[in-house]
Design a protein around this ligand. Structure first.
Ligand code: CTP
Length: 405
């Protein structure tokens, strides 16, 4: 699946807030991802930032109030509104939120919103008291009831000096929300996909851990790719990386915690992709106090952890959920034989065999060399590609399973 932002016509409405300067970064990033971004500034937005800034980053005209009555006459808003595939308003002021809620069409932006038929995404920015005011809250509710999506506001220091909810979320979060909004009709729409990421951490004592070199990047990339395809994503992770917007994030540390969460989350899931590197052994007892070196070399007794995939395979045989399961196998030798054995043993629908013997594949690097293996013996080798491309290829392969369901 290509990035859902690519080749999309997006209107970015910018309203009067000091956060307007951040909108330039949003316009720039959306453009770099391949979107066609038409910016509309309200009169008060132009007090904070100029149309030239937006024109410079989008390479397209940025619209201001005068354009409503300018060359294209009063059809500018209709043309813009009808062509738009997504309307993002960031920052969205209290004034604009309330005008939109009540269907006002008193400036180019609100008129365009009235003329559009696309999803509406709002990133509020205002003082905390203003956001919490019953009038604003009522408008937010009205818009939400009509299907508008709000991202933020975040808590933090506000221009007024107050601290509270009112800050616009970061440009990266607005962009992630736009990516989410444009992916909702993808081939995995309505499907629940559970992804695990990172290496588990098994405590030795309150400061020391047994862990592994997994960065979590591959798992996060799978989560993004699944959401890009329209899925509702649950990400069970030991690390904290930029995650897809509106994905359900469950932070875990140990194999046991991961197992508990995977079991719960997959009880009604369509797909499980187990990209996490789960510890196979853990200290049998974690010391309650820090082990002191004066006491000499400690002897740490290890015990096996549960094999999460194997246990989920047994659940699946009993209840039929999750419907499909994909595993990863990181191997330093006999890649295909070892991975094929795991595919059978763990009763998977597909395994991604990852050759970690080379410096450009596996842990801590941005590329991977993988082969997809299937229960019927089919093997599909992929060239050296980025972890994002591996993730897209994994999700693309799963689409056939859900085509008619
Ligand atoms: N896995 C799991 N639970 C474990 C260990 C691994 O669910 N306790 C999953 C991994 O997330 C991965 C797949 O099983 O999707 C293969 O993991 P890998 O570590 O390659 O295989 P192991 O079964 O642990 O075998 P070995 O470490 O001996 O190669």
């Amino acid at each position: 699946m290509p990035n859902p932002l690519a080749n999309k016509r997006i209107i970015l409405g910018v309203t009067g807030s000091i956060a307007a300067y951040k909108a330039a970064e949003i316009a720039s990033h959306l453009t770099q991802t391949g979107a066609f971004v038409d910016v509309i500034l309200t009169e008060s937005a132009t007090k904070f930032i100029t149309p030239l800034t937006f024109q410079s980053v989008t390479g397209r005209k940025a619209y201001v109030e005068a354009d409503l009555w300018g060359g294209e006459g009063h059809v500018t808003h209709v043309g813009l509104g009808r062509a738009a595939e997504l309307l993002v308003i960031a920052p969205a002021s209290a004034n604009t939120i309330s005008r939109l809620a009540h269907g006002f069409g008193d400036n180019l932006l609100t008129l365009t919103a009235l003329a559009s038929h696309c999803p509406l995404l709002l990133a509020p920015a205002m003082d905390a008291g203003m956001f919490e005011h019953p009038a604003t809250q009522a408008s937010v509710k009205l818009l939400k009831d009509r299907g508008a999506v709000f991202i933020g506001p975040a808590e933090g220091h506000l221009a007024s000096g107050l601290v509270g909810p009112g800050r616009m979320v970061s440009p990266a979060e607005v962009i992630a929300a736009a990516r989410w909004a444009l992916s909702r009709k993808g081939p995995l729409a309505g499907k629940k996909v559970v992804v695990t990421a990172g290496g588990t951490q098994e405590p030795i004592d309150p400061v020391r851990l047994v862990t592994n070199r997994s960065s979590g990047k591959q798992g996060y990339a799978v989560a993004w790719a699944a959401q890009d395809a329209g899925a509702d994503v649950t990400l069970i992770t030991t690390v904290n990386l930029p995650a897809p917007c509106f994905a359900k994030i469950i932070a875990v540390q140990t194999a046991d915690q991961m197992h508990r969460e995977v079991k719960k989350a997959t009880a009604d899931a369509d797909l499980l992709v187990m990209a996490a590197a789960v510890a196979d052994f853990r200290p049998a007892r974690a010391a309650t106090d820090k082990i002191k070196k004066e006491k000499g070399l400690p002897e740490i007794e290890m015990e096996p952890t549960i094999d999460i995939l194997q246990s989920i395979g047994e659940e699946r045989e009993k209840h039929g959920w999750p419907k499909r399961v994909v595993g990863f196998a990181a191997e330093s030798r006999d890649l295909l034989d070892n991975a094929a054995a795991k595919l059978q043993r763990k009763r998977l629908d597909m395994i991604v065999a990852n050759d970690i013997s080379r410096p450009d594949a596996g842990f801590e690097v941005d590329t991977n060399r993988v082969t997809f293996l299937f229960p019927d013996g089919t093997a599909i080798p992929l060239p050296k590609i980025s972890k994002e491309e591996v993730a897209e290829a994994v999700i693309d392969r799963t689409l056939v399973w859900f085509k008619n369901s």
